[in-house]
Design a protein around this ligand. Structure first.
Ligand SMILES: Cc1ncc(C[n+]2csc(CCOP(=O)(O)OP(=O)(O)O)c2C)c(N)n1
Ligand SMILES: [Mg+2]
Length: 667
């Protein structure tokens, strides 16, 4: 039986060595920074015991990790080498976290299942829960580690994550490293009570408050929590009280807001000193051997740093690589018709069902999407009944939860196809979308990605008022890293959605609510093999005097504008873009070359709307062919009011389009 708190001498010495290594790396990295060899550092000093106590309970290569920027010692504990850390600190091409794309300490290491982390504090919680849910779904024994500082528990995502994890008994351990400061803000200004007390209402969640400078106490909590998680009994929250021995980051000077006394008190709890004393007092090591060990490790760190300095910087020519996957070569397939008339919402439902049958890794979730309701627009009707609650289920009423967990599932190979009930409520998920979904592939230098489909009912004309009428295309075409799809009819919706489900990148799939059951948006239904590739616009109507560039519900309104004003056949060409990213600019250009005039018609509001970008492209690339000003029709710059007369005033209508067509034709 081992003598030292249940550990062998060798085990304790290994922990002590890793503590010294971590501290030594911190110091070396700060030296390199002072020598202007790097630009940024976030220290781990003071957190080593808590992190190493955590790291030993996991199975590297099997379990999953979402560590935060202070987790240098944790990453060492699970197997990340000093060389790998140094490559990150110096932002070299071979930095395994990001190839120098992210700030140092934004860990990611594919072979160890350390999922690439961004800078947004707190986004990792929901991703880790999604990962844990996926591991449970696939009936593995793998468990998930996620960490953050105590300040970050003020983020809503933390509370959403605890909610979902405890509701689902997810195999996850939340590690909150409480160093009492979030940059300069003391926790007394941060949290309405102790963090574990805040979480006390969650059933299935075990809570621990431990001294994070005490390796043994902390390790005991992690051992219990990991056993619990592996047995499927549910999540744990472990708050470790630690000390922050360095300023928040290399850009901070903590003497500006912490007293000398406070800083001196922290030094008395230095975990490396505590561990050294333990080792010496228990005759695990002599003082002399300990001194020599420290010297040897510092030397090794110096050697690794020198080696890392000699490594190549990333090639500037690679800066645009990996915004998207290179493996999205889906081609258009033959259209075999199985039904002569299907409404758009049913075409979407059928596409989802066919893709679920085809890909057993695909899952669907969102608010109210399960049967018997099957979604507020019935797009998912019958799916939970057919595929079971494991693969089709209701999410909590929390959009950040939906996207955050989808990311964590997607990194494990699951294909989430999620519904945001109304696009008007996507905004609480925007941090997850903007800083996580669209950047994961890029920031991890192609090591990680999160292909998913976000279905979002959009648009107005249904008297939905301010928060059930919004268009979001303008926002989304601004985001590199996500494809933007916006069908105008049932057949296209089916082909495009099936492509979205098979593509290797995130897709936002906009479904116009007013088209769901519209006669003019219904069409013949293509069979299960039909795929419509992205970036291929459709000429809805041919013409030689003016090009209308449009999509979504505006396609039919443009057709109606011609009809209602008896505009002669063959004058106006209508292009349905079908996807806004990728944009089929070659079709636009070809058309304008013929017509010499361009009118962009969209539902989103005008200022900085999607038409602004297309107009700029037309102005730049079609200037010599233009025979008139590039014009736009869109919603007025105001919220969309409920009263039908007010609503009509704001949204673009057939008459507005007709007016612009005539004006431009006569120009
Ligand atoms: C969403 C978000 N808001 C603000 C920041 C800036 N920021 C980075 S770290 C930090 C403090 C975090 O404190 P805490 O969670 O206690 O962790 P610690 O740094 O103390 O370990 C802040 C405000 C950020 N990165 N992300
Ligand atoms: Mg803190």
């Amino acid at each position: 039986m081992s003598r030292f708190n249940g550990f062998t001498k060798k085990q304790i010495l290994d922990v002590y060595k890793n503590m010294i290594l971590s501290r030594s790396l911190d110091n070396k990295m700060l030296t390199l920074l002072k020598q202007s060899k790097s630009f940024f550092h976030m220290g781990c000093s003071g957190h080593e015991a808590a992190q190493l106590a955590a790291s030993t309970v996991f199975k590297p290569g099997e379990d999953w990790f979402f560590p935060y920027y202070r987790d240098l010692a944790f990453c060492i504990g699970i197997g990340m080498t000093a060389k790998e850390h140094m490559l990150g600190s110096l932002a070299r091409a071979e930095d395994p976290s990001s190839g120098g794309r992210q700030l140092p300490h934004h860990y990611g290491l594919k072979k160890l299942k350390i999922v690439s982390q961004s800078s947004s504090t707190g986004t990792q919680f929901l991703q880790a829960v999604g990962c844990a849910l996926a591991r449970k779904l696939e009936k593995t024994k793998e468990i998930v580690y996620v960490s953050a500082g105590e300040g970050t528990t003020s983020q809503g995502d933390f509370h959403e994550a605890l909610n979902w994890a405890s509701r689902a008994k997810a195999p996850i351990i939340f590690h909150i490293q409480d160093n009492e400061y979030a940059i300069s803000t003391h926790k007394s200004e941060q949290t309405g009570g102790s963090i574990s007390a805040l979480a006390s209402g969650y059933e299935n969640l075990y809570k621990y408050d431990v001294d994070g400078t005490d390796y043994f106490e902390t390790n005991l909590a992690f051992r219990q929590a990991s056993q619990r998680a592996r047995k499927g009994r549910g999540p744990s929250l472990i708050v470790t009280n630690v000390v922050r021995l360095l300023p928040h980051s290399s850009s901070d000077d903590h003497r500006k807001y912490r007293s000398n006394k406070d800083l001196e008190e922290d030094k008395k709890r230095d975990p490396v000193v505590i561990m050294e004393e333990y080792c010496i007092n228990n005759s695990i090591i002599t003082q002399k051997k300990s001194d020599n060990l420290q010297k040897d490790i510092h030397k090794l760190v110096d050697i690794d740093a020198e080696w890392a300095e000699l490594q190549e910087h990333p090639d500037p020519g690679s800066a645009l690589n990996h915004v998207y996957s290179n493996e999205n070569n889906l081609i258009e397939t033959k259209k075999n018709i199985i039904d002569d008339n299907v409404v758009m919402v049913d075409a979407i439902n059928h596409a989802l069902k066919e893709e679920m049958i085809r890909n057993e890794k695909m899952i669907i979730f969102g608010q109210d999407i399960a049967d018997p309701k099957g979604g507020v627009f019935t797009a998912t009707k019958g799916l939970s009944k057919h595929f079971g609650a494991q693969r089709v289920f209701n999410s909590p009423l929390a959009e950040s939860s939906i996207i955050g967990t989808a990311i964590g599932m997607a990194v494990t190979g699951i294909k989430p196809v999620v519904e945001i009930q109304f696009a008007d409520y996507i905004w609480t998920a925007m941090m997850q979308i903007r800083n996580e979904v669209v950047t994961l592939r890029y920031r991890s230098n192609n090591a990680w990605s999160c292909p998913m489909v976000i279905r979002a009912p959009v648009g107005g004309y249904i008297h939905g008022g301010l928060c059930h009428s919004q268009s979001i295309d303008g926002f989304f075409i601004h985001l590199p890293g996500i494809y933007v799809v916006y069908p105008s009819n049932a057949s296209d919706a089916k082909g495009l959605l099936k492509t979205a489900c098979r593509i290797n990148d995130p897709v936002i799939f906009m479904e116009h609510k007013s088209l769901y059951r519209q006669g003019h948006a219904s069409s013949e239904e293509p069979d299960k093999n039909y795929l419509l590739p992205f970036g291929k616009a459709k000429i809805v109507q041919k013409g030689d005097s003016l090009s209308i560039i449009t999509w979504g519900a505006m396609v039919q309104k443009s057709i109606d504008a011609l009809k209602s004003n008896e505009i002669e056949n063959g004058l106006v060409e209508i292009i349905d873009l079908r996807t806004l990213n990728p944009l089929d600019f070659s079709t636009i250009k070809k058309s304008i070359k013929k017509t010499g005039k361009a009118l962009i018609v969209h539902e989103d509001n005008l200022t900085s709307g999607p038409g602004a970008e297309i107009s700029a492209l037309v102005a730049e690339h079609c200037f010599e062919n233009l025979d008139g000003p590039v014009k736009r029709v869109g919603a007025k710059d105001a919220p969309i009011p409920y009263n039908p007369f007010l609503e009509e005033e704001i949204l673009p209508h057939v008459d507005d389009i007709a007016f612009s067509i005539i004006e431009l034709l006569e120009y």
